[in-house]
Design a protein around this ligand. Structure first.
Ligand SMILES: NC(=O)c1ccc[n+]([C@@H]2O[C@H](COP(=O)([O-])OP(=O)(O)OC[C@H]3O[C@@H](n4cnc5c(N)ncnc54)[C@H](OP(=O)(O)O)[C@@H]3O)[C@@H](O)[C@H]2O)c1
Length: 305
């Protein structure tokens, strides 16, 4: 049986990955930052020696995209230094490693062709060109893992994540629908809303397929905008989707520029013979009851607590 070790196990993706592995009867240990600090070589070595994993999945990351603009060194220490430290530990122990990465490694520019700077979804081997500090630090993490583990390292890029166990756009829209008569949402950023439980499923399939090392894109199929996603969420809540109003990104000023085009291609799954995650709308409908329940439980907890 494959022994799994998950770093960053209390994050949004880490929580769903540990749950998915446990529900499939896999041997899994999930460690939060207190149990495995990826920036601390002794902590990494200790965890790997103690749990003797066959596979380590690094879900730990500095994910505050805007804060990274002013704290790039700290973000780099986690996203690149941490990834390298885990990879070195895996190399020493003979374990495989899955490093989670992001669409932000690409420029994400939409030159008006509705197909990004590449003119089509980004392929796994397209040349990265991050435009944010967060993207630069995540790209450095990817490169460290592939350098340390040329025969046993995987980079799984994902994007536009939502899940029951963390703050995210879907949960924010559920909250705002309850609180506001109307919401303004940007309609000029294109991407693939993706459920953390689906990313977990792809990671497990990748490892069980004994896939060739390299880069894989774990996002839903098809694409939409944040505006399109918000309208779908309002529809799922039985609310009038017209209460979601489209606005351009220029109305929001944020420290880190957001990609206009974040659509990732899925060619590596096809070559591997593993089905990609399904269409974003179908997967959102499947995930929605769990997210709604989590959001309502938080609201009830806040009212009673
Ligand atoms: N969310 C998205 O939309 C999105 C999109 C593309 C890619 N990704 C990538 O997906 C992965 C998972 O993201 P997520 O959304 O699940 O993020 P998350 O909820 O912020 O989880 C990240 C986890 O990493 C932990 N962590 C931070 N520094 C650490 C350290 N030094 N050692 C060990 N753990 C540490 C955090 O612990 P604390 O709570 O203690 O800080 C947190 O539990 C990340 O690699 C992220 O870059 C996310």
């Amino acid at each position: 049986m494959t022994r799994w070790l998950v770093a960053g196990a209390s994050g949004m993706l880490g929580t769903d990955l540990v749950a998915a592995l446990a529900s499939r009867g896999e041997a899994v240990t999930g460690l939060d930052r207190a149990g495995l600090d990826v920036t601390d070589a002794a902590s990494v070595t200790d965890a790997i020696t103690r749990h003797r994993p066959d596979v380590v999945v690094n879900c730990a990351a500095w994910t505050a995209v805007d804060d990274a603009e002013t704290s790039e060194e700290q973000a780099l220490a986690v996203n690149a230094g941490g990834a390298a430290t885990v990879a070195a530990g895996c190399a020493a122990a003979g374990a495989r490693m899955v490093q989670i990465s992001t669409d932000y490694v690409f420029a994400g520019e939409d030159p008006g062709r509705f197909g990004g700077d590449a003119g089509r979804p980004y392929a796994e081997d397209d040349i990265p060109a991050p435009r944010t500090a967060y993207g630069r630090t995540k790209l450095a993490g990817e490169r460290a893992v592939l350098d340390w583990l040329p025969g046993s390292g995987y980079v799984v890029r994902t994007a536009w994540l939502y899940g029951a166990h963390g703050g995210n756009f879907v949960r924010t829209m559920i909250k705002l629908e309850d609180q506001r008569p109307a919401v303004d949402v940007v309609d000029d950023q294109h991407g693939q809303p993706t459920w953390t439980a689906d990313v977990a499923g792809q990671i497990i399939a990748l490892v069980h397929a004994a896939a060739p090392p390299g880069i894989y894109h774990a996002t839903s199929s098809e694409q939409t905008t944040w505006f399109g996603l918000a309208r779908e969420i309002f529809g799922l809540l039985g609310a009038d989707p017209a209460r979601v109003r489209p606005v351009p990104s220029s109305t929001l000023s944020r420290p880190a520029p957001r990609p206009a085009y974040s659509v990732l291609g899925h060619g590596a799954w096809a070559r591997l013979g593993v089905p990609p995650i399904g269409e974003w709308r179908t997967r959102l409908h499947r995930a929605f009851p769990e997210l709604l329940a989590a959001q309502r439980a938080d609201v009830a907890g806040a009212q009673t607590g």
